[in-house]
Design a binder for this molecule. Structure first.
Ligand code: COA
Ligand code: AMP
Length: 633
């Protein structure tokens, strides 16, 4: 079927489209209708249906006689471990863990925070929550205790499931002290924790609060799947907004299953039983959707990869995994490819492996630069699909739907809108702009099933952040263009969110940390272009009058502070001490202009600038770090 006929079919009757897609899900109570607009502009899908996500991801495949099929392949080049877990085994394991949670009083609607590295048990934890209707919230391992505490206070979990450690190249990250610190910092205290002890670091346990992963499961009754309302939450995933308070994206159960299942064939062109690999992390939305839920709901084999694109042990790791496990469809971030290309520009490692199983490569998480796409195409000789999505949507808004039809690709474009998304480019006044004109990218409401219905405990913030700017639309926060063929181009964020190595980060959150340093009077953080990571955060600080300590010392302190407060994932290393920040006459810091100067992109002197001379001072400062035409980089 052609993309156009499917997209037009959806547009003509969205409800019929999604009701048909919902047939692929095993419901305990079939929904009688798709969309619930009774609370518009807040929408829900499949509200009167009931289905359990864990049942759809596990039990139903076992009942269909596919229990022996591998559900998860764990491949950990960083520890040397490899393991295959069948659907039958995983179902038993998850039922037991769910039984343990249930025995300790966790039930439907209770929140459980999960803080685990890339081990298969992270998926067990997510699925065990889903099985009993508990709402999980996974926190990425690269966040510091403070970020964990913020999430604990917002989600108010009854329990936390964690591993004793994560492993980064060259160092073991002890999670337990971070977790203990976070619980200490948080106002809300979980009733108990379950800790998976890994041999690389044993965690100290607090008697009566911390329970061993295996110990807590001893002698408990396995738990059955409970029916879950179609619009009930499956999980909360925190993502960066403009302030230090992250946004708790709520994922509704029913629509999530329907939409993800639809994407597996139509976008990723996979069949049940084939191996689908998303080299991301369970802490990100890609990990939720395409390491855990979509492959399992669809009956494919998922890969849990604990390693890096380079250095574990070399730039051939991805190719080794693809050959060894016969991966059909592979999904990663462009930054991972840039890292590989930097180490192996001629593709010597690529040639060493048999990659004949691989049908397509999918890139997302940040803009895929044409050089990276061309290199990947040349090396792999398969379609390379850039696709655009957000934590909020949970699956791609725009893609090249290879399972329907391979559309001609245009470099720099994630191709076209997927069914469910009526994507438009709007001007400041909310009117649709003509093809080729740059504006705010917005999606006509309602968003499709599986996308966020609201923010956790923050409906007002949801409305203000996404629905207020353009009436009747969801504001994506991205700016871009739609060309005359309907191809989208995602150019930049319209807010203070930056993207570092495929990780979404808030410059506002970093500014809050810098501003808390006793010597800092004022600050600004911007995202500057970086060849490997796409963007890097760069801070400017103005010191309080009378501070005459060494600037190097203060810079080192603020860098350390961001690592301590936000985490290593912020990769915050660049800070400049300046006398003044450029502002408009009304006092707004001209961050956008500073970005343009740093990246040497064309810019106009803002008409409202208070004192243009400050921009010369900023340029000179940036040059000392090699930006703005400086040569030391
Ligand atoms: N737990 C603890 N620390 C972590 C972590 C985790 N899960 N993930 C990253 N970190 C740390 C890193 O060790 C590093 O610490 P350092 O400053 O001490 O070196 C820091 O956070 C920054 O990490 P990162 O930005 O990943 O940089 P890197 O130089 O270690 O690796 C890449 C660069 C490109 C190889 C890596 O970023 C990568 O694989 N990116 C792909 C990202 C991705 O898949 N995103 C998902 C979107 S689809
Ligand atoms: P996250 O919520 O972490 O997935 O980040 C979402 C943001 O990443 C989007 O709003 C975009 O700014 C950016 N992004 C994701 N995928 C792409 C892509 N394919 N092209 C350009 N930007 C992207």
């Amino acid at each position: 079927m052609s993309y156009k006929s499917v997209y037009d079919g959806w547009k003509a009757d969205p409800e019929a489209f999604w009701m048909e897609a919902a047939e692929a899900i095993s419901w305990t109570k079939k929904p009688t209708r798709a969309l619930d607009s009774s609370n518009a502009p807040l929408y829900e899908w499949f509200t009167d249906g009931e289905a359990n996500t864990c049942y759809n991801a596990l039990d139903r495949h076992v009942e269909a006689g596919r229990g022996d099929q591998t559900a998860i392949i764990y491949d950990s080049p960083i520890t040397g471990a490899k393991r295959k877990i069948s659907y039958a085994e995983l179902t038993d394991q998850v039922a037991l863990l769910a039984g343990a949670l249930k025995a300790k009083g966790i039930g439907k609607g209770d929140r459980v925070l999960i803080y685990m590295p890339m081990v298969p048990e992270a998926l067990n934890a997510m699925l065990a929550c889903a099985r009993i209707g508990a709402v999980h919230s996974v926190v990425f391992g690269g966040f510091a205790a403070n970020e964990l505490a913020v999430r604990i206070d917002d989600a108010t979990p009854k329990a936390i499931i964690a591993a004793s450690c994560g492993i980064e190249p060259g160092r073991v990250i002890k999670y337990k002290p971070l977790l203990d610190g976070a619980i200490e910092l948080a106002a809300h205290k979980p009733e108990f924790t379950i800790i998976l002890q890994r041999e690389q670091a044993q965690a100290d346990m607090t008697e009566g609060r911390d329970f061993d992963w295996f110990g807590v499961q001893e002698g408990v009754e396995p738990a059955d799947c409970v029916p879950i309302g179609g619009a009930d939450p499956l999980y909360i995933l925190y993502t960066s907004g403009t302030t230090g308070q992250p946004k708790g994206v709520v994922r509704p159960s029913g629509g999530h299953m329907v939409a993800l299942n639809w994407t597996m064939k139509n976008i990723y062109n996979v069949e049940p039983g084939e191996v689908f690999w998303a080299a991301s992390d369970v802490g990100w939305v890609v990990g939720h959707s395409y390491i855990c839920y979509a492959p399992l709901i669809y009956g494919s084999t998922a890969i849990v990869f604990e390693g890096k694109p380079v250095g574990t042990p070399d730039a051939g790791t991805f190719w080794r995994v693809i050959e060894e496990h016969k991966v059909t469809s592979f999904f990663t971030a462009p930054t991972a490819f840039r890292a590989i290309k930097r180490e192996d520009p001629a593709g010597e490692f690529v040639k060493k492996y048999d990659l004949s199983s691989l049908k397509a490569l999918y890139l997302a998480g940040e803009r895929a630069d044409p050089d990276t796409i061309i290199w990947a195409q040349d090396q792999l000789g398969i379609p390379v699909v850039d696709h655009w999505w957000q934590t909020e949507t949970g699956f791609s808004i725009a893609a090249n739907p290879l399972g329907l039809e391979e559309l001609p690709m245009k470099l720099g474009s994630p191709t076209v809108a997927m069914p469910g998304f009526d994507v438009q480019v709007l001007g400041d006044d909310g009117h649709q702009l003509p093809a080729g004109e740059l504006g705010a990218i917005a999606i006509k409401l309602p968003l499709p099933p599986g996308t966020l219905p609201t923010l956790w405990n923050a409906e007002e913030r949801f409305v203000k952040s996404y629905l207020d700017t353009f009436s009747g639309y969801y504001e994506t926060g991205d700016a871009g263009i739609i060309d005359e063929d309907g191809y989208l181009y995602i150019m930049a964020r319209t807010d203070d969110v930056i993207n570092v190595a495929g990780h979404r980060l808030s410059t506002g959150a970093m500014e809050e940390v810098l501003a808390a340093h006793p010597d800092v009077a004022e600050c600004a953080v911007i995202g500057v272009a970086d060849q490997l990571k796409g963007q890097l955060a760069l801070g400017f600080i103005c010191l309080n009058n009378g501070v005459n300590r060494s600037h190097e010392e203060i810079v080192a302190e603020v860098v350390k502070l961001v690592r301590e407060k936000i985490g290593p994932v912020a990769a915050f290393k660049l800070t400049l001490v300046v006398d003044r920040l450029p502002k408009t006459r009304s006092g707004k810091i001209l961050r956008g202009t500073m970005v343009n100067i740093a990246d040497e992109t064309p810019w106009k002197m803002p008409a409202t600038i208070d004192d243009p001379v400050i921009l010369d001072e900023i340029t000179a400062a940036l040059r000392t770090l090699g930006y703005a035409g400086g040569s030391s980089r």
